[in-house]
Design a protein around this ligand. Structure first.
Ligand code: ATP
Length: 398
């Protein structure tokens, strides 16, 4: 796709934030303080999430970056230059902007929506369209959709076009304002994965606004939690926001499940995999099971289809269908996954055994919830030791 960002001064990047806010306050004419004395430095090529409840100044802060909103006081800089002294048109050519609902032009085709900024910038329509097709492919859209109008696309597809349009001019910075909040949870999850994939590839400086803490910790290299009165509460890694909330507000906002969510930052690679007893459908009638024993029903490719116990086997012998005799499986742990997936797989499984699968979806073993917790304890003990902390004596008292 299009051009790479222009050359940047050697050695300037590590020392210089891509975006910085210095003592920035925004007071609207009616007296509302939307952003209160914000200090924040955003590293180049990082994905920073602004998160917080409605009305805490996330959008206002983001819009000060591309000069859609002017601060009342303080300085917003992009690559070390005060945006107040930068021509807004050239500033915005270097900053892609994605909004909720995609904001596409309804009377233009998908390809022409994506080509809009390159054409404005002076590229020929033909070259811009050719490049646009490449960008559409990059965001996971079939080129067969390029000639459609936005109303002929699903919400998720429109949102992908919105991302493609923002990327078309290959800006070094992307601002994304609640880009995925209008789509259903499954599509949302796909779009989040797409952004992670794109970011691994393109390394843009991305600022992403959301009110969803799960989305924030999943996507962010850093998370900025905003609170009432437009005050920044914490700016930290997702792990630290979950494990060490800086204020009562953050603790309350990240919620009671934060310990559980924090498991998603820990690898499940060292959780032991046990052999799981399996059977294909044709083998079920001959199974001999005791009370409390479970067998995992798999297809010929060893993909899991559910669990069966002695009652289910008796049902099959009495003529019941396999579907009626098996209990649906729990969530799956994919190899390379994290402790949250491993624990969820175990506790959502009717047998209590979490099923681990490889890339083809075939069963490779089972995990127990107790061993997931044991691995968590091991990891934390190792971290505490590395930090020179010791909370408990190794021998329990009494
Ligand atoms: N043009 C305006 N005039 C007056 N007040 C405004 C204006 N725009 C926003 N505000 C107020 O500023 C505060 C911050 O708004 P902002 O949109 O930045 O919050 P937000 O965190 O992005 O919220 P949301 O998640 O609902 O979009 C709110 O109290 C809002 O009502």
């Amino acid at each position: 796709m299009g051009r790479r960002p222009g050359p940047r001064p050697a050695g300037a990047l590590s020392a210089q934030a891509a975006i910085s806010f210095a003592a920035v306050t925004k007071r609207y004419p009616d007296g509302t303080v939307a952003v209160d004395d914000l200090d924040l430095s955003i590293e180049p090529e990082s994905l920073t999430v602004f998160v917080g409840p409605s009305g805490c100044g996330k959008t206002t802060s983001m819009r000060m970056v591309n000069r859609m909103i002017t601060p009342t006081s303080g300085t917003v800089s992009v690559n070390g230059r005060d945006v107040a002294h930068t021509d807004p048109v050239s500033l915005r050519l270097g900053i892609g902007y994605v909004i909720q609902g995609a904001g596409l032009l309804p009377h233009r085709t998908v390809v022409d929506n994506v080509a809009t900024v390159p054409v404005l910038r002076g590229d020929s329509r033909r070259a811009a369209r050719r490049a646009a097709l490449g960008v559409l492919e990059r965001v996971g859209l079939d080129s067969a959709l390029a000639g459609r109008y936005p109303a002929q696309l699903s919400g998720g597809q429109q949102q992908r076009v919105g991302v493609a349009r923002a990327l078309a001019a290959d800006p070094p910075i992307l601002l994304m304002d609640e880009p995925f909040s209008a789509v259903d949870p499954v599509v949302r999850h796909d779009l989040q994965q797409e952004i992670q994939r794109l970011q691994a590839d393109l390394r843009k400086t991305i600022v992403f606004v959301t009110h969803d803490i799960d989305e924030a910790v999943r996507l962010g290299d850093r998370v900025a939690v905003f609170g009432p009165g437009g005050r920044l509460q914490q700016y930290d890694t997702p792990q630290n926001v979950l494990s060490s909330p800086a204020t009562d507000f953050v603790a309350e906002f990240v919620g009671r499940d934060r310990g559980y969510r924090g498991l998603s930052f820990r690898s499940a690679d060292d959780v032991p995999l046990h052999e799981v007893r399996t059977a294909t459908e044709s083998e079920l009638g001959a199974l001999r099971l005791g009370q409390g024993e479970w067998v995992l029903v798999v297809d010929e490719a060893r993909r899991p289809h559910g669990w069966i116990d002695v009652t289910g086997v008796e049902g099959i012998r009495a003529g019941a269908t396999v579907a009626a005799s098996t209990a649906a499986g729990g969530s799956l742990l994919h190899l390379g996954g994290d402790l949250r997936q491993a624990l969820d797989a175990a506790i959502s499984s009717p047998s209590g055994i979490g099923v681990a699968v490889d890339e083809s979806g075939a069963v490779v073993g089972g995990v127990s919830g107790a061993e997931v917790i044991a691995r968590l304890a091991d990891q934390r003990r190792a971290e505490d030791r590395a930090r020179g902390r010791r909370f408990f004596d190794d021998e329990p008292v009494g």
